[in-house]
Design a protein around this ligand. Structure first.
Ligand code: HSE
Length: 313
């Protein structure tokens, strides 16, 4: 085998109380990474991007940085050609760099038959996040690699704990058109407080526990009721005009839970598709943005699987 193509999905991180720990893989959209090898000798990585203007210097590109990280660790020689096809929109809180990073990690693992375990795959994929956003947070890459709902334990062994999602869990994503700094995640992280009052920590721990219990038991209402953060969204709310009104609209239209998707500005609504109409929830969120004179667009999807090989030769 000298060529592998892997697709990895967008994801939504934090889900309210789980900053840098929780993320949910979406079914669509998916980034695509093709990795080819040729020749032998000194390692040379060549980077091509399709569908987005991204760095072609490998260490500055999420997929390229992951390929370099794995090539160095396993002392892989020869030319490695990387072609990244971007489909996950960038800078909107849908784990775009995480999707590219996860796809690159799984492509390298498969192509070279490395047998890398999940924790190490996620750690290498984190190097792509570091290149793209300045911080190797592992929530998005874990969801894009493993699929479903994941929590990533902090510390040296980031083996994601994965839960499948309840079958009727639908996802409405709305993205407002707002102007944000170019390195948006870095900016959004700079807004966060260095210290937090204990009562807020207690609130978030309790909500996060409720959410995990909801995924463990497949209870969508419980998942939604745990989607309540007292620390991070408050600090970032100013990035999203009308944030409170939009959340209220989603709840009133039948969302089980609603939160800022990752570092924003997209809004994620979780809906029990057996009881409520996710398209109607999306419509209400878009209307709420428009009532505040903010243009917005969105889509409805469901929970996705992790990175997977779609072609090899
Ligand atoms: N957990 C990260 C953050 C996700 O909220 O900064 C960014 O994609």
């Amino acid at each position: 085998m000298d060529r592998v193509v892997v697709e990895a999905p967008a994801s939504s991180a934090n889900l309210g109380p789980g900053f840098d720990v929780f993320a949910l893989a979406l079914k669509e959209p998916r980034d695509r990474v093709e990795v080819r090898t040729a020749g032998s000798g000194k390692t040379k990585v060549m980077m091509e991007n399709v569908g987005a203007e991204l760095p072609t210097i490998p260490r500055e590109n999420a997929a390229g940085a992951v390929v370099l990280s794995i090539a160095r660790k396993f002392k892989l020689g020869g030319e490695i050609h990387v072609k990244l096809t971007k489909r996950v929109p960038m800078g909107v809180g849908l784990g775009s760099s995480g999707a590219s990073s996860a796809a690159a990690a799984v492509a390298m693992d498969t192509l070279f038959g490395l047998g890398i375990g999940m924790a190490e795959l996620v750690r290498h994929a984190g190097e792509g996040e570091r290149a793209a956003s300045g911080a190797a947070h592992l929530d998005n890459v874990a969801a894009s690699t493993a699929g479903g709902f994941v929590l990533v334990p902090a510390g040296a062994e980031p083996t994601p704990v994965r839960f499948p999602a309840p079958k009727s869990l639908a996802i409405a994503v709305a993205t407002p058109k707002v102007k944000l700094p170019a390195r948006k995640t870095e900016y959004a992280r700079s807004l966060l407080p260095a210290t937090v009052e204990l009562n807020r920590v207690v609130h978030n721990v309790s909500m996060a526990s409720v959410m995990v219990a909801g995924f463990a038991t497949g209870d969508i209402q419980m998942i939604g009721s745990g989607m309540d953060d007292a620390i991070v969204e408050k600090a970032r709310a100013k990035m999203i005009p009308g944030f409170a009104a939009v959340k209220k609209a989603a709840k009133e239209a039948g969302a089980a839970g609603v939160c800022m998707s990752g570092a924003g500005p997209s809004i994620l609504s979780l809906v029990d598709g057996l009881k409520e109409d996710p398209t109607a929830v999306l419509g209400s969120v878009l209307d709420a943005f428009r009532s505040g004179s903010v243009a917005a667009e969105g889509f409805v999807t469901s929970v996705g699987e992790g990175a997977r090989v779609v072609e090899s030769s």
